[in-house]
Write a protein that binds this ligand. Structure first.
Ligand SMILES: Cc1cc2nc3c(=O)[nH]c(=O)nc-3n(C[C@H](O)[C@H](O)[C@H](O)COP(=O)(O)O)c2cc1C
Length: 232
């Protein structure tokens, strides 16, 4: 299975180790990894070219195009972030901002609707759900068919000092999610949230026609008529 992982930190700490635990249990993994901020160091500068012009016109294309290619090529996308001040790390937010043009309400890529995703977050304390949901929002709105959440309160900043009980839970949950991904590989259908936003946007593109490049794109794909981006 082709896997693209984007790490919201360059530190090979807890979130990195948990991602490694998951991929250990995935069938025949072929892994591509991106580390932030190294692989996308620049902030979005609000030029709006990605919303109004063609792909590749972003000022940071030398970083975004190789990542985009690997996101589209993957069967499974994994996004990870440590919890920073209750949210994703700044570098993960910068990454998500650069791919807002792929949201369903703009120009989603049809490949996304047949993929699975996993979001992974770790915190020293008990609060990690916002961080997971911030990453999951982008995967859902890119059209990724099904995304699983894996969050842990590891109660330490050093993974080697994490209690055996928590480590055992990490292994058990990682295996379970990897098992679900293996089972669903090649036959996943978009979840309710993805379909709901597809049909809301379809209505917008047909009747409200807010952003002409988006409307033209949806027409070209045939999605305003009978064609759908998912298989089957
Ligand atoms: C700038 C910063 C902010 C943090 N904010 C929180 C926080 O709000 N809540 C929390 O439980 N842990 C917080 N932490 C701790 C990390 O989330 C935690 O140590 C995480 O497991 C680190 O992941 P890593 O080992 O992959 O780097 C913060 C750490 C840093 C460096």
């Amino acid at each position: 299975m082709k896997i693209t992982i984007v790490y919201g930190t360059e530190r090979k700490g807890a979130t990195y180790r948990i991602a490694q635990e998951v991929i250990k249990h995935i069938d025949k993994p072929e892994v591509t990894e991106f580390f932030l901020p190294k692989d996308l160091p620049d902030y979005c500068i609000s030029c709006f070219r990605c919303f109004s012009e063609k792909v590749g016109t972003c000022s940071h294309s030398k970083y975004t195009l190789p990542i985009r290619e690997k996101l589209l090529d993957a069967d499974l996308i994994i996004l990870t972030s440590p919890v920073y001040s209750f949210h994703v790390s700044g570098q993960m937010k910068v990454f998500l901002d650069h791919f807002a043009n792929m949201w369903i309400v703009h120009r989603p890529q049809k490949e996304m609707f047949n993929k699975q995703g996993i979001v992974i977050a770790t915190a020293s304390g008990p609060v990690f759900s916002k961080t997971l949901n911030e990453m999951k929002d982008s995967l859902d709105f890119w059209g990724v068919a099904k995304t699983y959440k894996l969050g842990f309160a590891i109660m330490d900043v050093n993974y080697d000092k994490v209690s055996p009980k928590i480590k055992e839970k990490i292994v058990r949950k990682s295996k379970l999610i990897a098992h679900k991904v293996n089972l669903n590989h090649g036959r996943i259908k978009p979840c309710f949230r993805v379909r709901k936003w597809f049909y809301i946007t379809r209505f917008m593109q047909r009747h409200l026609k807010l952003n002409p490049p988006d409307v033209a794109y949806w027409d070209e794909q045939g999605w305003t008529k009978k064609i759908r981006p998912w298989r089957g």
